[in-house]
Design a protein around this ligand. Structure first.
Ligand code: PAF
Length: 280
């Protein structure tokens, strides 16, 4: 497995792979890899001639400086895992390599970026679009892999691909959970043992809400989730929205869409956790 930190090294590696007729899969990450990332990498390895994994904590998508500083960085362990998974190339550039000058591009994904994370993390998706579009331009992958845990991000990246006419397939991969239900996240590494136990209430509540939803209105189900999180000491709800899975717009009745997803963001101490669940 090759580890490179410049765009030039990356491009020359990919030119050689393409000359051999190999297709290219890209798994963009911010490192601190876990089994969720591993599932994306394994899928890319199975579907492509070569798999490139980018490991880059992208500063432009953090609207909270403390969050950026706290974000775990574990490149050596990440590379060991990626080697085992059969990745071919790790691209781990410096901030200066990716942003030799400030990226002033402004994206507009209305209405997808005007709800949920778009409200609570202003500028976040603009930063995501900046880095992901750069990665697509460097790598020119045939396929790129993203987790459904970041449900809104996935919808926005699909929209960016449409707007910018990138010629690649976006592959969305299911959330990977611990045996007890906690959605895997790099941020879980920041939880203490007791916070981790507390955080379990998030997935438990979402699972319980699916059964609850069968006998209750959408508003009642939303209220049930909000109340369960409020009743859990150590958790603070940022938002819970039940949305149309295609447009991400909040719904008021189950019959208003055929694809319905509940998206939640909760603070456990200072750690911001997101999760989602499909109702139909
Ligand atoms: O989902 C992530 O880890 C990041 O938002 C991404 C897509 C790697 C862009 O920095």
């Amino acid at each position: 497995m090759l580890v490179v930190d410049t765009i030039e090294q990356l491009r020359s590696y990919l030119a050689a792979a393409r000359a051999e007729g190999k297709s290219v899969g890209l798994v963009p990450t911010m490192g601190a890899l876990h089994e969720g990332h591993a599932s994306l990498v394994a899928r890319s390895v199975a579907e492509n001639g070569v798999t490139v994994v980018s490991v880059f904590v992208n500063p432009t998508q953090f609207n909270d400086k403390g969050d950026l500083e706290r974000y775990p960085r574990t490149l050596d362990a990440d590379c060991r895992l990626l080697q085992r998974l059969g990745a071919d190339c790790v691209f781990a550039p410096s901030v200066e390599e990716v942003y030799p000058e400030p990226d002033t591009r402004e994206f507009d994904f209305t209405p997808l970026d005007k709800v949920m994370e778009g409200i609570y993390r202003p500028g976040h998706f603009n930063g995501v679009a900046q880095i992901v579009s750069k990665l697509f331009m460097y790598v020119e992958p045939d396929r790129a892999y993203f987790g459904e845990k970041d449900f809104q991000q996935l919808a926005i990246i699909r929209e960016m691909v449409r707007q910018m006419d990138f010629k690649l397939t976006i592959v969305g991969c299911p959330i990977v959970r611990e045996d007890d239900g906690l959605a895997l996240s790099s941020r879980n590494a920041l939880l203490t043992e007791s916070q981790r136990r507390t955080a379990l209430a998030i997935s438990k509540t979402l699972f319980a809400s699916v059964a609850y939803a069968k006998q209750h209105t959408l508003a009642e189900t939303k209220q049930m989730v909000e109340q369960a999180i409020a009743d859990t000491e150590g958790l603070e709800l940022e938002y819970y929205e039940i949305v149309d899975g295609n447009t991400l717009q909040p719904l008021t009745a189950w019959d208003d869409a055929s694809y319905v997803v509940g998206c939640i963001t909760v603070y456990c101490g200072k750690v911001r956790l997101i999760d989602n669940i499909r109702y139909k």
